[in-house]
Design a protein around this ligand. Structure first.
Ligand SMILES: NC(=O)c1ccc[n+]([C@@H]2O[C@H](COP(=O)([O-])OP(=O)(O)OC[C@H]3O[C@@H](n4cnc5c(N)ncnc54)[C@H](O)[C@@H]3O)[C@@H](O)[C@H]2O)c1
Length: 250
């Protein structure tokens, strides 16, 4: 296990109420960082706010909420160094082919999965500049690298947008020493994949992955820790596939 020293650093993590975002926020906190955890869900039972942790419950589509929460973290902790955009939704059944999708659903998915990234970056960057630089990591999906006979077109289009915006902002902010990178998770056992509700379903999915297991939130959080850390200080505008080799099959 690699250990990082994030003491005296401050991170904003979205989607921190469950799945990958929760694990990443906990890893950062354990490594010494102060953390602003944002999620629309209630604070999980095993999270307690302390002098290095704020939990802000609210909707990332609300720009005013995002900027108020980020400003409050800056006021309490004195700086913002990192932004992890982990939150996302995948609406099985409602998010379908672009030929059929309800455009209200399309807009909602885009607002949550893509436009929220505009809100969080706008809120964090002025504070990162004052702090002398920073790093961001944004969560996309391997799904946006391929076609699918059972499509979720709003999800994949939004997640492709995440990649494009990360590269664009990486270029715009390089002079400010602010880095921006993307993780493409593969199939990962989190609340988002509640449909794998039996050992058998998880095993079937695992057998399809070249490394013969589904990903864990720790796998994704470990990749994010690296990209945020100074060990990745020369990496910006990059994408990292973390999928147990699944994309090798496509
Ligand atoms: N689990 C997978 O197999 C998988 C695969 C590829 C990519 N991803 C991506 O990884 C990221 C993390 O996914 P996860 O599996 O941990 O999912 P998850 O559902 O467990 O966690 C996502 C979190 O985002 C929060 N969220 C959703 N909408 C929000 C909003 N409007 N405002 C604030 N918070 C909101 C949810 O409440 C939830 O806690 C997502 O962006 C997802 O698209 C997941």
């Amino acid at each position: 296990m690699i250990s990082y020293d994030f003491s005296s650093r401050v991170a904003v993590v979205t989607g921190a109420g469950g799945g990958m975002g929760l694990v990443l926020a906990q890893m950062l906190h354990k490594s010494g960082a102060s953390v602003l955890m944002i999620d629309v869900k209630e604070k999980p039972g095993d999270v307690s706010e302390d002098d290095r942790c704020i939990y802000a419950q609210g909707d990332l589509t609300d720009a005013k909420f995002v900027s108020a929460a980020t400003d409050a973290a800056f006021k309490k902790f004195g700086r913002i160094d990192y932004l992890a955009n982990v939150a996302g939704v995948l609406w099985f059944g409602k998010d379908v082919s672009l030929l059929d999708i309800d455009l209200g659903v399309w807009n909602q998915v885009m607002d949550i999965n893509l436009k929220s990234m505009v809100h969080t970056i706008r809120a964090a960057v002025p504070h990162m500049r004052k702090s002398g630089g920073g790093a961001m990591v944004h969560f996309s999906t391997i799904q946006c690298l391929r076609g699918d006979s059972k499509p979720q077109d709003a999800y994949v289009a939004g997640k492709a947008g995440v990649v494009a915006m990360s590269k664009s902002i990486a270029m715009q902010l390089a002079a400010d020493r602010i880095r921006s990178n993307v993780i493409y998770p593969g199939v990962t056992k989190t609340p988002m994949q509640a449909r794998w509700d039996t050992e058998e379903k998880v095993r079937q999915m695992a057998d399809y992955v070249p490394l013969h297991r589904v990903g864990s939130p720790d796998d994704m959080a470990n990749a994010a820790m690296f990209l945020l850390s100074d060990a990745a200080s020369y990496i910006t505008g990059a994408d990292l596939v973390v999928d147990g080799g699944l994309m090798l099959k496509y």
